[in-house]
Design a protein around this ligand. Sequence first.
Ligand code: MRU
Length: 337
Amino acid sequence: MRWHEHSLDLLDQRLLPAEEHWITVEGAEGVAQSIRDMVVRGAPAIGISAAYGVALAARHAGGGDWKAEIRQAIRELSASRPTAVNLFWALQRMERVFHQCHSLAEAEKRLAAEAVSIHKEDLAANREMADQALAFMNPDKPVSVLTHCNTGALATGGYGTALGVIRRLHERKLLKQVYADETRPWLQGSRLTAWELARDGIPVTLNADSAAAAILARGEVRWIIVGADRITANGDVANKIGTYSLAVLARHHKVGFMVVAPSSTVDMSLASGADITIEEREGTEIREMRGIPLAPDGIRVFNPVFDVTPASLIDAIVTEKGVVHNPNITGMRALFG
Ligand code: MRU
């Protein structure tokens, strides 16, 4: 995303890889709609764009009750998607700054600065997580990994969480091959991850989600590395639907399972994954592909877009603050209070 002080440019992720089309939004409403419609997606990117949305609300507030306008913008943005906690974390940060502002001019300036800080901090956290993960993995020779969904520059402040670790492995010549799950039904793996990795010359092989077990059975993959949308106080992780199955497969095949996410994804207010609201989206996302029917018209569909991986199946949660090895409530509290 590109911030221009009076507008925000978003690369339309729905059209990739066929088209690189940028959308310009000028208000919080446009940002909320872009999050809802998946123009921008991925937990950290959702949080960052929502922060810019609040900044835009201040920029374009009318002469009347500017405070009410900003409050309304925050409400609208917080209703855009329910699962990724980064959205609520970023909005809370913006709200704290908003409450300290005494004039619209002050709010315009300080909210824009806060949004830029959130963006920059996320990018810095991405790079720090890559360092932390490599120190933890300590590979003595190039490894193959498998990843799910998209956790790269598109989903974050600019480098990536799980994909940031993969980038760093590649930079250090410690990466043999990335297997990228296509990630039904939105295909973030094939449309976005494969696109990002191929553009950067990182060796990637795309596979159907259902091929993951067969890939692990071949014994080449050492780590499954994924991102997260919300991590609870006991170390349970909500991430893109299909992540839980991968964790089960990893345990069976004795492959490491690593979650990489900034501390803005950690929600210590929730005791366990059972407390997380899991977004369910339209059945048409399963029944159709770009308007072409894939299933009988009107068939009932269950379309949860995230699942919860229990902490007991996770070997490490890597954040910019450190690594929680074999996560549980004690390890999480030690790092996040
Ligand atoms: O529905 P999406 O595309 O927003 O879901 C994205 C994911 O589940 C990612 O794995 C997660 O947000 C981590 S992104 C760094």
